[in-house]
Design a protein around this ligand. Structure first.
Ligand SMILES: NC(=O)c1ccc[n+]([C@@H]2O[C@H](COP(=O)([O-])OP(=O)(O)OC[C@H]3O[C@@H](n4cnc5c(N)ncnc54)[C@H](O)[C@@H]3O)[C@@H](O)[C@H]2O)c1
Length: 251
C-alpha cells in the first residue's frame, strides 16, 4: 500500500522545513517530484533528494505571492512532469506576528497571498487538469490556527481557517472526478518558522505542557500523513482536516 511509483507530484515551499520532508517522502515512495520555492537553493535541494537515482526531482523558482509567477511556475512544473499531475501539496506558507490593533495591511495582504490566494489559484489549476485525468490528490497545509485563534497571528489564523473551508468546498465538487482534496493541520513544529519561539520556553512553555506526546513536532512528522492522503488507497477520504499535532487539539 501507499506506493507512489509513476505518480507525478508538485510540492510548494519544498526547499526546507516540512515541504522538504514532504518532497522527500513522495520521492522515497517512488513519485517524480517538482518543488517550487522562492530561493534558487531549491535547485540544490532537488539534486540532493534525487541523488539516490530513484526518480527525478526538479526545482522551480517562483514567488507564489505574485500571480504571474505562480501561473508560470505551475505550467513549467506540469511540463517538467510530462503534462500530468497526480498530487499537489500546497505547503508554502509564511507568518508575521503583530497584535490585532497593530496588524499592518502590507503583512495581512502578503500572508493572504501566500497562504490563501495561492492555495486557491494552484488548486484550481491543478483541479481542472486532474478532472480531465479523472484522477488527483490535492493536499493543503492548514494549521492549529485553522481551529484556534492564537495570539499575534491574526492574518495567519484568518488565512488558515479559510484553507479548511476551501478544502471542503473543492472536495464536494471534485470527488465525482476521483479528485480528493484534504488538508493537514500540523501542531507546533520546530522548523525555521518557529525555531526561536519553541526554544524560548518562557513564551512557549505553556503550549509544550499541553502537547500529550510531550515534545514539539519535527518536519519529518509530516511524512506519513502526506503519503497517506496522496495515495490511491485514500480515495474514499476527502474533505477532511487531519491534525498532526501530538494530540494538541484533543487536549
Ligand atoms: N512550523 C509550524 O509550527 C507550522 C504549524 C502549522 C502549519 N505550518 C504550515 O506548514 C507550512 C510549512 O511550514 P514550515 O514550518 O516548514 O515553514 P518554513 O518557513 O520552514 O518553510 C516555508 C517554505 O515556504 C516557502 N515559501 C514562503 N513564501 C513563499 C512564496 N511567496 N513563494 C513560494 N514559496 C514560499 C519557503 O521557500 C519555504 O520553502 C506552512 O504553510 C506553514 O504555515 C507550520
Amino acid at each position: 500500500m501507499f506506493d507512489l511509483t509513476g505518480k507525478k507530484a508538485l510540492v510548494t515551499g519544498g526547499s526546507r522545513g516540512m515541504g522538504r520532508s514532504i518532497a522527500e517522502a513522495y520521492h522515497e515512495m517512488g513519485a517524480e517530484v517538482v518543488i517550487i520555492a522562492t530561493s534558487d537553493k531549491v535547485m540544490d535541494v532537488a539534486k540532493e533528494i534525487a541523488s539516490d537515482g530513484k526518480a527525478p526531482v526538479h526545482g522551480v523558482v517562483a514567488d507564489l505571492s505574485d500571480r504571474d509567477q505562480l501561473k508560470r511556475a505551475f505550467n513549467e512544473s506540469v511540463e517538467l512532469l510530462g503534462g500530468r499531475l497526480d498530487i499537489l501539496f500546497n505547503n508554502a506558507g509564511i507568518n508575521r506576528n503583530h497584535t490585532c490593533s497593530d496588524f499592518t495591511e502590507e503583512d495581512f495582504d502578503l500572508i493572504r497571498k501566500v497562504n490563501y490566494d495561492a492555495v486557491f489559484l494552484l488548486s484550481q489549476l491543478a483541479g481542472n487538469l486532474m478532472i480531465k485525468q479523472n484522477y488527483g490528490r490535492i493536499i493543503n497545509m492548514a494549521s492549529l490556527l485553522s481551529v484556534i485563534g492564537g495570539r499575534m497571528s491574526l492574518g495567519y489564523a484568518a488565512a488558515k481557517g479559510g484553507v479548511v473551508q476551501m478544502t471542503k468546498a473543492m472536495s464536494n465538487e471534485w470527488a465525482k472526478h476521483n479528485v480528493t482534496v484534504n488538508c493537514i493541520a500540523p501542531g507546533y513544529m520546530n522548523t525555521d518558522m518557529n525555531k526561536e519561539y519553541c526554544a524560548d520556553l518562557s513564551r512557549s512553555g505553556h503550549l509544550l505542557a499541553r502537547i500529550p506526546v510531550g515534545r514539539w513536532g519535527v518536519a519529518d512528522d509530516i511524512k506519513a500523513a502526506s503519503v497517506f492522503l496522496a495515495s490511491e488507497e485514500a480515495g474514499y477520504v476527502t474533505g477532511v482536516m487531519l491534525p498532526v499535532d501530538g494530540g494538541f487539539l484533543g487536549w
